[in-house]
Design a protein around this ligand. Structure first.
Ligand SMILES: Cc1ncc(COP(=O)(O)OP(=O)(O)O)c(N)n1
Ligand SMILES: Cc1ncsc1CCOP(=O)(O)O
Ligand SMILES: [Mg+2]
Length: 209
């Protein structure tokens, strides 16, 4: 598994009108290493159908798929999981998905939450938002200084999220982020070709740092 890279996250409100699969495929061709399926619709049949299609795409492109919020769906598909503070227990998820599963936890701007997440079995810790986010404007704000502290304290992969674009990402990489988790700065594009270009540029930026 790649230890640094672009972490593409889908958004059910952004990837409408048949964009989900072509935009995700473009991100994977552009080099995204992890993909999170983030769907807030509550439509279980749609979620299973879409996540299954994404699992196939990810297999074809050697990308790690994770499911947002939904342990049962992650378990059903045999893929990774991302849980926020309100999304259930990381330790139960670890127990259910097994020692090899990629499981991430939202830590907002808190090293204490990161410590807790790791005790509970998280494989990676996610901090943010770092910039204004159109997707989640109310998420607690974090700083590059926090990332630097986290980098010194923890050896697991560190994920940065929130308002990240090609223009503002460098300070997060300099501060020690391993993965850049991006929704709008990647998928908020006019076409799939632009998504592919952005994914390639993010990947190059990360590997040059
Ligand atoms: C990589 C990554 N980091 C943070 C989040 C946010 O999770 P959460 O706080 O549960 O918010 P929602 O995404 O569920 O709205 C994430 N999804 N991914
Ligand atoms: C889910 C989430 N958690 C903190 S910020 C955020 C949204 C990330 O999306 P964007 O890259 O569009 O700001
Ligand atoms: Mg959540």
């Amino acid at each position: 598994m790649s230890e640094r890279g672009l972490y593409a996250i889908t958004d059910s409100a952004l990837l409408t009108d048949g964009k989900l699969l072509p935009y995700v495929e473009a991100a994977l061709i552009g080099g995204a290493r992890w993909l999170q399926y983030r769907d807030k619709s509550g439509d279980a049949d749609k979620r299973l159908a879409e996540a299954s299609q994404l699992a196939e795409l990810c297999r074809a492109h050697d990308c790690q798929l994770l499911i947002n919020d939904d342990l049962a769906l992650a378990d059903q598909l045999g893929v990774g999981l991302h849980l926020g503070q309100e999304d259930g227990s990381l330790s139960e998820a670890r127990q259910q998905l097994g020692p090899q599963a990629l499981i991430g936890g939202t830590c907002h701007a808190s090293l204490q939450l990161a410590e807790r997440a790791l005790i509970d079995g998280a494989s990676y810790i996610a901090f943010g938002r770092f910039f204004n986010s159109m997707t989640k404007p109310g998420a607690p704000a974090a700083t590059p200084a926090l990332l630097r502290e986290a980098r010194q304290r923890f050896s697991v992969p560190i994920v940065a999220i929130g308002g990240i674009t090609l223009d503002n990402a460098s300070p997060l990489l300099d501060a020690g982020a391993d993965y850049l988790a991006v929704i709008n700065g990647l998928f908020g594009a006019p076409d799939a070709e632009t998504v592919q270009q952005r994914a390639r540029q993010f990947s190059q930026l990360i590997h040059a740092s």
